[in-house]
Design a protein around this ligand. Structure first.
Ligand code: AMP
Length: 193
């Protein structure tokens, strides 16, 4: 088994309406820092993204931010992460996030988070990689995303086996526990992404 050393976290650039989201993000960052798992994320210092990054750093952890140049102002790039990579496009950002990570975690977020979650799940469906994907449920946050997938299965647009492409885990403590036993998956060729 190859332990998870580096985790990409997809999450919101806003805080959302429920304080439970930021609480979960703080607990996640603290846990990653304590476990010595590097946080790889979108590089912002706002919203849930900023909370996870700050908490990881505060716990002594390592953080890699990957942000496209055009978003450095708009998304307010973090200034104290361990390492920041500035890419020329959204696509090169996503590829870099993918390449730098052993596994993926989806936390509460908006359209960008949904996009990143669906993309990494569909890349796995296409067998472009075999890295674990975890959806962390916080106050029902994953419900609509999983419902969309279930609907596609029910309507005959997706194979029921696609439910095995990701795991839904309730809350951050259980996610941190799961990260201890998850094995880093095979990395496919980045050329086909
Ligand atoms: P959001 O969940 O919309 O707050 O966005 C979370 C992250 O996803 C941010 O880092 C955004 O830059 C990124 N993002 C936003 N829109 C898109 C998109 N269409 N495709 C890929 N990533 C996006």
């Amino acid at each position: 088994m190859t332990a998870i050393r580096s985790l990409a976290v997809f999450c919101g650039s806003r805080l959302g309406v429920n304080p439970a989201y930021a609480d979960a993000a703080r607990a996640l960052g603290r846990g990653l820092g304590q476990a010595g798992i590097r946080l790889v994320y979108g590089g912002g210092r706002i919203g849930i993204m900023g909370v996870v990054a700050d908490a990881t750093l505060a716990a002594g952890g390592s953080v890699l931010g990957v942000i496209p140049e055009f978003l450095t102002q708009w998304e307010v790039a973090h200034t104290t992460v361990t390492e920041m990579v500035v890419t020329d496009s959204m696509h090169s950002r996503k590829r870099r996030l993918y390449e730098e990570s052993d596994a993926f975690l989806v936390m509460p977020g908006g359209l960008g988070t949904y996009d990143e979650a669906f993309e990494i799940i569909t890349w796995r469906q296409l067998r472009l990689h075999d890295k674990p994907i975890v959806l962390c449920n916080v106050a029902g946050s994953v419900g609509p995303l999983v419902a969309a997938i279930d609907h596609a299965v029910e309507q005959g647009f997706a194979d029921p086996a696609c439910r095995a492409l990701f795991e839904v885990i309730e809350g951050v403590p259980a996610v941190l526990e799961r990260l201890e036993t998850l094995s880093a998956g095979r990395s496919g060729s980045g050329e086909r992404l």
